[in-house]
Design a protein. Structure first.
Length: 175
């Protein structure tokens, strides 16, 4: 079957979505992202592809910092709300969808409370690739729940497996 090039990204699904969070001034925003990668060990760098029209992207650039958070499947509802509420229309998007947050330990970015893992980054660079920008963050701190010890044990953590947007966030729960 031939796949339309505009749907190429769907071949990468399922993906474990991360929450990209940033704040600047009194504004807090967050959005789910599925286009990300660890791009260097030394120095530790991560890359996140973002639509430049997204309010969260603009806050990342202004703040020069962001966090990435991993949520358990029991918080899927909050993640779906994040994908439907515009950060430009609310003062604190995380609070708006019922997610608490604290200040980062190393960077000035919100960290989602109760995340199973968090990566705090200072913005090292950004570069346009087609219709998106690649944000490159230098990892300043990272931490995870005790279900992680070199690798995920999956004793308590249940990942969200995003499979696309079909009348809402679609996920794969297994056979």
């Amino acid at each position: 079957m031939k796949v339309e090039l505009s749907k190429l990204h769907r071949l990468f699904y399922p993906q474990v979505p991360l929450l990209l969070s940033a704040s600047h001034g009194e504004r807090v925003s967050c959005m789910p992202v599925v286009a990300y990668a660890s791009i260097s060990d030394t120095p530790p760098l991560v890359g996140v592809a973002c639509n430049p029209h997204a309010f969260t992207y603009r806050l990342c650039v202004k703040a020069r910092a962001f966090s990435l958070s991993l949520l358990d499947a029991d918080r899927l509802g909050a993640m779906e709300k994040l994908a439907t509420v515009s950060g430009a229309r609310v003062k604190d998007k995380l609070s708006e969808v019922g997610l608490g947050h604290t200040a980062g330990t190393k960077v000035d970015a919100p960290v989602v409370s109760g995340s199973v893992a968090t990566i705090e980054c200072s913005l090292q660079s950004r570069r346009r690739y087609g219709d998106h920008f690649l944000l490159v963050g230098r990892v300043e701190a990272c931490y995870a729940s005790d279900d992680f010890s070199d690798f995920w044990a999956y004793k308590r953590y249940r990942p969200i497996l995003y499979t696309g947007w079909r009348d809402g966030m679609s996920t794969y729960a297994g056979p």
